[in-house]
Ligand binder design. Structure first.
Ligand code: 5GP
Ligand code: MN
Length: 317
């Protein structure tokens, strides 16, 4: 069993840090803090290394109490990396990463090169938070309401509220156990999915205004440059989620939302309705993800990168 080695690592460790990916989504935050709180509950000294995150997650129990942006010690026992197949994309400096005696990876992305001493990678599961749920059970740790809040939120966000095809019977079983702890799942959904800054409405407008249509409507692309995002007054981390509006249009196979970032690069978000495996595209351009949802940062100048992307999709349709 894959978790046996993970269990040994946890048992022999006292000072443990958990880390997710940069620009963390609900699953990354849910998996990291769910794991951290579970470790604390059995007497480990655990913290989450996290830099910038959206204020959407402010309501989560003890989130600031368990957050650090860097590691003070010269060495620590274990780093648990969740929801990232990419070592470079972790929300931790190389220096702090290298201070760990051991690395445990819990992930649901296919890794190019597994970077942990122990790698628990279940690419058939829809959320890293579901893997954390399984590991916590394997470790016989009681799931309290706070832990359940994080794990439920993570599973909910990465499954599109249990609607994506990646959702498994075991996902509903996990949700059932989590809900039984008494969490306010309606409130979690309201806060994470259904509450937006007013600026998001203007971002939706910009996304629609900038929409380009290719391959007889099978591909819809929208690029929102950083100066527009800035003029709307939205935080960068909140300028996401627009791909779904493009994908929902009838006949669309691949939706592409590209947002300019403050550092001058352009972030690509890809969604597929099933015909095209967009993880292959993202990996080809240096990113990663899943068959139906993937992303990367454009490696070249916008027009060049865009052409390469559209050409590749054309070859896959
Ligand atoms: P999103 O479009 O929501 O940013 O990301 C969709 C999926 O692609 C997520 O599973 C996310 O982890 C993955 N992804 C997005 N951007 C990157 C990236 O730059 N590198 C890697 N490795 N994965 C990414
Ligand atoms: Mn995830």
């Amino acid at each position: 069993m894959m978790f046996e080695d993970a269990k040994k690592l946890v048992e022999q460790s006292n000072n443990i840090y958990v880390v997710g990916h940069i620009n963390p989504d609900g699953d990354s935050i849910g998996a990291a803090f769910g794991m951290c709180l579970a470790l604390e509950s059995i007497g480990k000294n655990a913290k989450v290394v996290i830099s910038k995150r959206s204020s959407v997650y402010d309501f989560l129990p003890h989130i600031d109490e368990y957050s650090v942006d860097s590691i003070k010690e010269d060495q620590y026992d274990l780093l648990i990396c969740v929801d990232s197949s990419d070592k470079e994309r972790l929300s931790i400096s190389k220096e702090d990463f290298d201070k760990a005696r051991n690395i445990l990876v819990l992930d649901h992305h296919i890794a190019k090169i597994p970077y942990g001493d122990v790698n628990c990678i279940f690419s058939d599961l829809p959320a890293a938070s579901q893997i954390v749920f399984d590991l916590i059970n394997y470790l016989n740790i009681k799931i309290d309401k706070d832990i359940a809040t994080y794990l439920y939120m993570g599973i909910m966000t990465d499954t599109g509220s249990f609607n994506y095809s990646s959702t498994k019977p075991s996902t509903f079983e996990a949700a059932s156990v989590l809900i039984a702890t008494g969490i306010d799942f309606a409130d979690i959904c309201k806060r994470v999915n259904d509450t937006k800054d007013e600026g998001v409405l203007y971002l939706i407008r910009a996304t629609i205004e900038n929409m380009e249509v290719y391959y007889d409507g099978q591909v819809r692309l929208s690029f929102v440059p950083y100066d527009i995002i800035k003029s709307i007054g939205l935080d960068e981390e909140d300028a996401e989620g627009m791909t779904n509006y493009l994908r929902m249009v009838k006949g669309t196979e691949v939706a592409i939302y590209i947002r300019g970032k403050s550092d001058g690069t352009n972030k690509v978000s890809l969604r597929s309705n099933g015909k095209v495996d967009v993880s292959k595209i993202a990996i080809a351009f240096g990113g990663g993800g899943h068959m139906r949802a993937s992303g990367y940062t454009m490696p070249k100048e916008y027009n060049v990168s865009k052409k390469e992307l559209l050409d590749m999709i054309g070859g896959m349709l």
